[in-house]
Design a protein around this ligand. Structure first.
Ligand SMILES: C[S@@+](CC[C@H](N)C(=O)[O-])C[C@H]1O[C@@H](n2cnc3c(N)ncnc32)[C@H](O)[C@@H]1O
Length: 254
């Protein structure tokens, strides 16, 4: 089953319908539900048979190897959107950037393509890190990216960065496989909350964080977490896909 659907983002028997979904006009609700069904069918019939095979994909001009048990950046909309957002952010080249949850490394490679000279990329999944290592080399970005395997901020110890970027797993649920870790961020969204809680310790003064989130995830969570650590959301970049809105929250100190 598509991990995105195992958690029933629309709620158990409807009682946990997200507030955002409830606020939609009825025609948009239908559109969104049809989109979710379409995505599920697409996953079942087109993508699932290819899950067990290595794939070389092209995402916004970045060629990337993706192995089984790794989040394939060509199959899910959030990776190309992240790459577009990175290009639009105009991050100064001298910035030190941390990409958490880097997966196959396409975000880190996009940062280097955007001119950033110092990127640290972290993922917990050793198979993803293996892919990222190959992809970074093939895309000639090795001299600008330090790639580390581990749990969120753990591999960077006390280091601080000008920018922290992450497309994290934002659905609720306990992952049982490496692939599920790409989608399920703990029963109460612990991965996202640990990322936000670490911002104070790991962002330089004046630094910014950019986090991917979506309307298929519990609504209002990111706003509450950011407020809870005394930071503020300075901008939200929305990509309305009709059946889902993918948002990038730009976060700064309060
Ligand atoms: C949605 S995927 C995004 C991958 C990549 N950034 C992209 O956009 O294609 C989320 C990634 O987060 C990683 N991840 C999940 N929990 C993590 C943790 N505690 N520490 C580091 N990485 C984690 C997963 O292994 C997965 O590669």
């Amino acid at each position: 089953m598509n991990p995105a659907f195992r958690t029933r983002p629309w709620g158990r028997r409807g009682e946990r319908l997200s507030g955002e979904f409830q606020r939609l006009p009825p025609d948009r609700r239908l559109f969104r539900l049809l989109g979710l069904v379409g995505r599920s069918l697409d996953f079942t019939f087109r993508l699932r048979p290819r899950l067990g095979r290595p794939n070389v994909v092209d995402v916004r001009g970045i060629r990337a190897l993706s192995l089984p048990q790794v989040f394939n950046p060509a199959w899910f909309v959030t990776s190309p959107i992240l790459i577009d957002v990175i290009a639009a952010l105009r991050i100064p080249p001298a910035s030190h950037v941390l990409e958490l949850c880097c997966g196959t490394g396409v975000g880190a490679i996009a940062l280097v393509r955007a001119g950033v000279r110092s990127v640290t990329a972290v993922d917990i999944n050793p198979i993803a890190v293996h892919c990222a290592r190959i992809n970074i080399r093939r895309n000639r970005a090795t001299s600008h990216i330090r790639l580390l395997q581990g749990d969120l901020y753990h591999p960077v110890e006390d280091a601080r960065f000008d920018w922290i970027i992450a497309n994290p797993p934002y659905l609720d649920g306990h992952p049982r496989t490496w692939l599920e870790r790409a989608f399920l961020g703990g029963r109460k969204g612990e991965v996202l909350s640990r990322i936000v809680e670490g911002l104070d310790r790991h962002l330089c003064p004046g630094g910014r964080a950019v986090l991917t989130y979506s309307t298929v995830a519990p609504s209002g969570r990111i706003e509450a977490l950011v407020q809870g650590v005394g930071f503020r959301i300075v901008k939200v970049i929305n990509h309305d896909l009709g059946f889902e809105v993918v948002s990038h929250f730009v976060i700064a100190r309060g």
